[in-house]
Design a binder for this molecule. Sequence first.
Ligand code: PAF
Length: 286
Amino acid sequence: MKVFKSALLLHSELANQRKMGRSIGFVPTMGALHEGHLALVERAREGNDTVVCSIFVNPRQFNDAQDLQAYPRSIEDDMEKLMAAQVDILFLPEYADVYGADDVHETIDLNGLDHVLEGRQRPGHFQGVAQVVKRFFEQVQPNRAYFGQKDFQQTVVIRRLLNLHFPDIQLVVCPIIRESNGLAMSSRNERLSTDGRNKAGFIFHTLLRLRERCHFKSLQESLEISRDYLQSKKGVTLEYLEAVDGLTMKTVQDLEDASNIVAVVVVQFEGVRLLDNIILKNAAGN
Ligand code: PAF
């Protein structure tokens, strides 16, 4: 695995690869890698000649300084995992390598996606994500980019970014990887106690029951039952549970309102924000 800290050197290495006709798959991360990330790498490995992974904890996407400071960092462990997963190139930039010495903040028109749900809870978060991913796409110029369904709204933001600026890059959204109790894998799970981590499977089980229920009760009634259940659980604060159009993130009232519908949920448990989602309906009619 070749490691690049400088965007310039990375750029020239990738220009050579492209000249040789090699396709490039890109997996951006903030480190603290788990099986969810490695599944993205595996998909990138299957679909491309060269796999590039980045590790950069992007300050611009944290609206809370404490959250940024508490974000887990485990670079040596991460590098071992990436080598074992046969990543070809690791990009490990510093802030100035990503944003340039002039540190320009370019506002990206996210068509309101940055002000709803996760965007409303974390002002500035999706602007920060879009800005860093835009810089990475300019630097790496991949054929395909890999993101996890776990951060569902982020995938919608990235699709918007691609439509605006990078129509030739293919977005590959990979399924959520879960722990054995159903908890969606996340770097933040490390902040849960062992007991909390064992119990946190209730989030996915609530989503599964919601998906079942909304086929024999109305969507709104089903959501209300699931919200009441989550709110009744000890130690749980429900931030939101909504059914949204999977292309626009607009809330839907009924399963007939859109062809792709996703239930998105965020709860706080042991002081950790846990995100999850489940597809209630997709364009294929499943
Ligand atoms: O999903 C993440 O880890 C981050 O939001 C990303 C896409 C690497 C941008 O910093």
